[in-house]
Design a binder for this molecule. Sequence first.
Ligand code: GDP
Length: 195
Amino acid sequence: INLQKAEFVRSAAKAGDFPRDRLPQVAFAGRSNVGKSSVINRLLNRKNFARVGAAPGKTTHINYFLIDSAFYLVDLPGYGYAKVSMAERQRWGRLMEEWFADPGLMTLGLMIVDARHKPTADDCTMASFFKNSGRPFAVVANKLDKLRKSDIQPNLARIRGTLELADSVKLIPFSAEKGEGKQDLLNLILSHVED
Ligand code: GDP
């Protein structure tokens, strides 16, 4: 699979817009500003593919990218942005419920969290969506470069504990900035989309 061959396919705001063509779908979720776009760009070796620093507010769209005609990279809307209205929050919740209601849609779920911080209540909500889906998922602890070495293991343990991750759920230390963890994440993705 050539990850350089990536194209934007569509932006979906409701269930009727979700692609359902049997291609594997790898979904990315994360709080606004956690670096989700940066992680995606790092994986695809692109600079500005997924928009970095995009103005929060487009919280109600799921963006689909087709990677080498082999799988969809599904960019779930960021959450947890303080200035988002209650109505917008509810739209986000409804869209996620619709998306997760169809377990056939997700091949692998990836949740990005900030390696520095204890996961928020919103992160725990997102983790519940993934856990309840019964589909494989993993957590990516991004911004590792901002941690002191001695803080890495305790922070990873806190993330695992707060999100109540089963031992089988992988937690991948990552830095979109430095590229750390890229190969681990790629291997995980490819193991789920290649047959
Ligand atoms: P998104 O809202 O989750 O898509 O987040 P962005 O990708 O737009 O990143 C938010 C901010 O965090 C930007 O200023 C990025 O440059 C920065 N950022 C993202 N990943 C990393 C990382 O691994 N390390 C550092 N130091 N900064 C990062």
